[in-house]
Design a binder for this molecule. Structure first.
Ligand code: SF4
Length: 768
């Protein structure tokens, strides 16, 4: 397919400082400062009218579903606004009045744009027209939709094998778009469907499927109100799922207790000033965490083993700490699990996890007495080599207490992107399932491919090694979301064609294949008119409820298409009428798409009607305590090993984190208000004792260096910020630190990159 890409732009964002200011970390989340910051973002990006139009409908029944996180909406929605500060930022980012037009691309070369920070790139505005970057050129130029679709179709047709194409999906896309995308990919002939789940909750999906028979959580918002104890492990809700704080507050007001387990003491878990409540605004707010266990990075299994061991001891004395009826009737593997647990020494476990022993005893005492327990978690558990075991150990604790399948109990993997769970439900999945293939065959009369496809890590490797030549992305910022930035950049640049279906400019548009196409699409906030009617889409929240989202703004440009239109346009151009599938109808009639989804997947009967208002819940065997379809007909205890970190002397374990002004790879601003960092992202949080031992002072300039498989990876120019973090641990923001994450190191079974436990050295930076 012609000459190789000669551009080879650096995949790494500029490593420049922006002028740091520090203050003391905050002791509470939300309140008046959150309202002020949210309003600033809204008015600056959208102006008053658009702000009112979008925010009055945000997360209301039949309104706009927030394109931020996947936290569910309560049945009774507040008329004061059912959203958080970061939801407003997400909306402002999408509904901005700034535009990236054809003139913008004529003015700015990709070489120039690649020298901008991710923040600057993102703030450029909404894409307005389809654009093409031709081989050897440094500027994108306009291309019509009529030319863009056949161009992509030609490139796909020229491949020797359908498996030479990879199709990424981000968690922003609707169920309708994701289903059509998966349908086209299967009809094209591959299962190469990497998605953002591979990089976040894949470990949860694997662990929960193996132990409980469903790769989703079981707890609901009502369970949060009824729970006696909620454990929040490896998760920072104050920034990443802020409305979860309202649910935790309700639990507290009903007498529940919160145990927080995390290497960092985050403001949102300390105290919450609920902006929807008078007492939240004028009083001191609600203290959220009752017991804080400051665990060392990736020592959650050690901590959970220690807790269960202590509970087992109490149970041996009283016989009523564990739920023996439940264990007997609903589970398997308990005795093997206890036998394995007996091999561990309590003192060693305590030393490994590093938590305060008094707090630990309080947590054990509380858990011993209570049975309505929910465990919530996020990337702090999933993005490790032993990510799957981390979740399984949580399940062990819940099973031993009988805290599954009953009111006020359950698992709660808190999903990061608004429809990441829905995309997977409706078929974005690189593994094949015979029954799913049969269902697709029944509904569409074609045979889907019967071999597993590649996940994110393995797609990157395939592109790097020249085994994959066409890369397409339905949303997202693949380069910045992926590990090993330089390697991933080379992989994309090895491709003959890269295609991005996007709302906004991002770094993946600049580090491209020989030819690159940007296809601009409608956002959630925008109307999607067809034959005089405004079409709506549906999404699934983190707790498995499917509901509608209706955009209400005029589209950013008259030249945008919806994601279903684009996907089916590409499909129609590829098949040129040689397909049993009516692509044209599917691209225009979303009710028809939903009918087809309900033919392929269970639980979607009468889909369009039931998705109105509050929506409907998908079947969930774990929620109903039915484990009959699992091997042996029971939920499973697991024996999990401790992680093995043999750090070289002087090395640290680094976890990548988000700032408060960030959602995944989207950088809303340069502040991390709750942690007291302003106008700077190139910081590394370090324990003050470690700083002293290593001879670093506050704001010393350092490089972070990882060394895996004999290859040095360096993230340059970070400022040391002494912080309350366990000794030997560091935290720094992604995507800046993604460059350190080795492509070949990922979680067992789930292949999730080890973004939360990267061994690094801290070296003085050469830059003065
Ligand atoms: S909690 Fe999540 S879904 Fe809700 S408004 Fe905030 S960012 Fe959006």
């Amino acid at each position: 397919m012609g000459k190789k890409n000669k551009r080879n732009l650096s995949a790494v964002a500029p490593e420049k400082f922006t002028g740091i200011k520090l203050s003391e970390p905050k002791k509470y989340a939300a309140g008046m400062p959150a309202i002020k910051v949210a309003l600033n973002h809204a008015l600056k990006e959208m102006g008053l009218t658009r702000s009112i139009q979008t925010l009055s409908s945000l997360n209301q029944k039949n309104g706009i579903d927030c394109p931020g996180c996947a936290w569910p909406d309560p049945e009774n929605r507040s008329s004061l606004g059912e959203f958080c500060e970061n939801g407003v930022k997400a909306i402002a980012e999408e509904a901005t009045t700034k535009r990236v037009t054809a003139d913008f691309f004529a003015k700015h070369s990709i070489t120039e744009m690649a020298s901008w920070s991710d923040y600057e790139i993102g703030k450029s505005g909404r894409l307005t027209d389809p654009m093409i970057l031709k081989p050897g050129n440094d500027h994108y130029e306009p291309i019509s939709w009529e030319d863009a679709f056949p161009k992509i179709a030609d490139s796909l047709r020229k491949l020797d094998d359908p498996n030479e194409a990879v199709f990424y999906a981000s968690g922003r896309s609707s169920n309708e778009a994701a289903f059509l995308y998966g349908l086209f990919i299967r009809a094209f002939g591959t299962n190469n469907m990497p998605d953002c789940s591979n990089m976040c909750h894949e470990s949860s999906g694997v662990a929960l499927t193996e132990t409980l028979g469903i790769g989703k959580g079981s707890a609901t918002l009502v369970d949060f109100e009824e729970a006696e104890v909620i454990m929040v492990i490896g998760q920072n809700p104050g920034t990443n799922h802020p409305r979860m704080l309202s649910a935790l507050e309700k639990c507290k007001r009903n007498g529940g207790k919160i145990i927080a387990v995390n290497p960092l003491e985050e403001a949102g878990l300390m105290r919450f000033k609920n902006p929807q409540k008078i007492h939240g605004m004028v009083a001191s707010g609600t203290p959220i965490t009752d017991i804080f266990l400051q665990v060392k990075i990736n020592q959650d299994v050690a901590l959970l083993k220690l807790i269960i061991k202590k509970l087992a001891k109490l149970d041996a004395e009283s016989g009523d700490v564990f739920d023996h009826d439940f264990i007997e009737n609903k589970t398997q593997g308990f005795h093997g699990f206890l036998k394995d647990l007996a091999c561990y020494d309590e003192g060693e476990l305590l030393e490994l996890c590093g938590v305060d022993s008094d707090n630990l005893e309080k947590a054990v005492e509380l858990l011993a007495k209570k049975n309505k327990i929910i465990i919530c978690w996020a990337m702090g558990l999933t993005q490790h080599k032993n990510g799957v075991d981390n979740i399984k150990e949580c399940v062990n604790l819940l099973l031993s207490k009988g805290s599954i399948g009953k009111k006020g109990t359950g698992t709660c993997p808190v999903r990061g992107h608004s429809n990441v769970q829905g995309d997977r439900t409706v078929g974005i999945m690189h593994h094949i399932s015979e029954s799913l293939n049969k269902a697709f065959e029944g509904a569409f009369e074609f045979k889907p491919p019967d071999k597993d496809g590649l996940d994110t890590v393995h797609c990157i490797k395939a592109m790097h090694e020249g085994r994959a030549k066409v890369f397409m992305a339905l949303g997202g910022n693949f380069l910045s979301a992926s590990p090993d930035t330089v390697y991933t950049g080379e992989a994309l640049q090895n491709c003959e064609l890269t295609v991005s279906i996007s709302t906004k400019l991002n770094r993946t548009h600049l580090v491209t294949g020989q030819t690159s196409l940007i296809l601009p699409t409608l956002g959630r906030t925008e109307q999607d008119p067809f034959h005089g009617k405004n079409r709506y889409v549906t999404v699934e929240n983190s707790m498995g409820r499917v509901h509608q989202s209706h955009g209400n703004l005029q589209p950013a440009s008259g030249n945008l298409k919806s994601e279903p239109d684009i996907v089916t346009g590409i499909a129609a151009a590829y098949f040129k009428g040689n397909s049993n599938i009516d692509w044209q109808r599917l691209g225009s009639d979303y009710d028809f798409v939903r009918e087809k989804i309900s033919e392929v997947f269970t639980g979607f009967d009468n889909y369009s009607v039931r998705s109105k208002g509050g929506g409907f819940d998908l079947p969930n065997n774990s929620r109903s305590g039915d484990f009959s379809k699992l091997p042996g007909g029971r939920a499973s205890f697991s024996t999990c090993n401790l992680p093995n970190h043999n750090l070289t002397k002087g090395a640290f374990l680094l976890m990548t984190i988000r700032s408060h002004d960030q959602f995944n790879t989207t950088i809303y601003g340069l502040d991390d208000r709750y942690r007291g960092v302003y106008n700077e992202r190139r910081v590394v949080f370090m324990n003050p004792n470690d700083a002293k031992i290593h001879g670093f002072k506050k704001l010393d300039k350092v490089d972070l260096v990882s060394n895996y498989d004999g290859q040095e990876r360096r993230a340059k120019n970070f400022l040391v910020v002494p912080y309350k973090i366990p000794q030997g641990n560091l935290a720094a923001y992604f995507p800046e630190t993604n460059v350190l994450i080795p492509i070949n190191h990922f979680a067992d079974k789930s292949n999730t990159p080890i973004s939360k436990s990267v061994e690094v050295d801290v070296k003085r930076s050469n830059q003065r």
